[in-house]
Design a protein around this ligand. Sequence first.
Ligand SMILES: C[S@@+](CC[C@H](N)C(=O)[O-])C[C@H]1O[C@@H](n2cnc3c(N)ncnc32)[C@H](O)[C@@H]1O
Length: 670
Amino acid sequence: MSNQQLQLPLNYSVLIQKDGTKTGIDSEFPINELDRLAHRESFNKHLYRPNTYLHKWWARRSGVTFRYILKQLSDDPDKRDYYAAGGLENKLILDPMMGGGTTVHEAIRLGASVIGYDLDPIPVLQAKASLTPVPLREKQEIFNKLVSCLQNSLEKLFHTQCPICRANSETQFMLYGLRKICKCGEALVVDSLRVREETNGIYTYIDPCNQQLYRAQTPINIGNKKPYIYDKNVVECPICEAPWKELRELSFTERYRPVLISGKCLQHGAFLKQIDEHDLTQIQLATEYVKDNVNLPVDILGIPEGPKSNDLLKRGIKSYAELFTARQLIYIAECKAFLVSLPEQHRLWLSLLVSTSLEFNSLLCGYKGTDRNRAGAIRHVFSHHAYSFPHTALENNPLFSGNTSGTIGLLFQDRIQNAALWAQNPIERKFHKGSWLKTTIYGESDTGIPGISIDALRATPSTFCVQQQDSSRMHLPDNSVDHVVTDPPYYDSVQYSDLAYFFRVWLRWFLPNSADWDYDVKNSAVAESEQDGEKYQKVMTAIWQECHRVLIKPDGRLIFTFHHWKPEAWAYLTMSLKNAGFRLLAHYVVQSENPISVHIRQLNALKHDAILVLHSTTGFYNTRTFSGKITSKDSYNFCDQCAAFLGYCLDIEADNKQIMKLWQEILGDS
Ligand SMILES: C[S@@+](CC[C@H](N)C(=O)[O-])C[C@H]1O[C@@H](n2cnc3c(N)ncnc32)[C@H](O)[C@@H]1O
């Protein structure tokens, strides 16, 4: 391979395939239609696919995109219409890295039978719970029983007193400030002394000297009074000029001190108030109750080393129990006590619901309720694909009757009730005469029949088999699945297995026999560090080799989404596909990320996915040419050109070393 070839202007060509049956997606794909829908869906994916979002998982792909992909695999061209029901009744689809289950859910709706694997148990348990039909009436009865149990044991500990009539009132959430010390003593630091915009230009502020709340257009001038509470932008003590230090010798929740409460009085409605003695007593009572009555599974709550878990360990946090206040630990323990009494099919979905509620009910939660048109006040634990440590921490009341964000009531409504109703008659959006319409796809259902054997899966449409498995070794016969449709980890983008510990430790307590909780996270196809590129390549190669083995050839397609800025990410992916004997037939580029979502805002993040359509090389025939450099910083063009270059690299004779060199040359130091 000579360098001259690379200096020519950027273009590439493809020759049509000679053997095997063409599938629609080999040469055409309704990109514009899809992009318009995907753009809309990317802003609130869970609203478009409520039955796929029972439990938190990271980096989910859009349901619309995978429905469009799967639709193109129908043998009946009429059934390739996005709004036509079904179309894959005679197909067996495999997703070896199913994550949040987007492929599995979309394929089931289209009548396909599906096999879904994931190394981590959460994706598997979630798919099982959301695809297995269980009468909603029964779920509602079970849920009501849980809520009344929690009300008996926990509700009173979230009681506060109305600042007007002193009557017992409900706490919606409590805000804490982070304790910090300097030479002249201890102070509290919060994200902002401005708590909330009340009416136009009038805000509720915290008085930094006496912690009282006041309303004003601008913060009061405290003159030379010594404040006790500071805004986080004050990085050192203005009196002794010493930098603040956190109290890392204390357990995590003790590093915070309560400052104010948002609550509701039956007579006087919603209120914000400063913490008082009664509220501190409530916290003390809960702390004593935990000490005397709550037996936590301490042996499984230890925080392991890991790319993201190290951020906890670095701050001296050793156990996941430390991330929850006493009232939150009582909530978890009371739920556990209730769950063990349930039959399997109810214990599963409710355990997942309680587990996912912890993302809104931990002291790692922040506060985002300042703006007047605030959606919900809670910044949940994983608003970024990592741990963040707020100055203003928020302790939510999971039982708050207002069903506000993070309450178990709202989660049940959204992720169980609405999800089940939607699954019975899935709804799609349609752009018609200038406006968006909701259209029900009658004849489809987002639930299926559990099946174990290939025969059972082949015998009945919409049969599913989801298992916890390392897909580099799949227990499937050769030539047994029609297509592989998946979405692998994007190199080092998300540390799934490591982040999922936050939930896994509690789910293990709720469902001890439902999964291999001690699986080796090292088998995850993720580059945990700069040095892990080879590992990513090796695990991905083994997974693709297994896909190659089980795909029915020559018609079987491997189709997946991918994007990354780094040349090594594309190089290792290319090596893994090449070593597994795949070649690129076609690629398309679609919108995938919501540009304003917190975890990519301000980052120069790619907002598109390349959809790569590959097939096994037996009877292969085409050559590509590729010249020039990929210089575009435009998300769409970058993904398009990288996908084309990947196709080129799969065609040419080149070993892993040459592949890495080619990508480093073509992407330069991008
Ligand atoms: C990008 S996610 C899939 C997301 C999914 N498409 C969705 O929309 O929710 C990739 C998944 O691959 C799984 N995974 C990583 N290594 C694996 C392995 N060796 N075997 C099986 N699954 C693996 C991860 O746990 C993760 O859930």
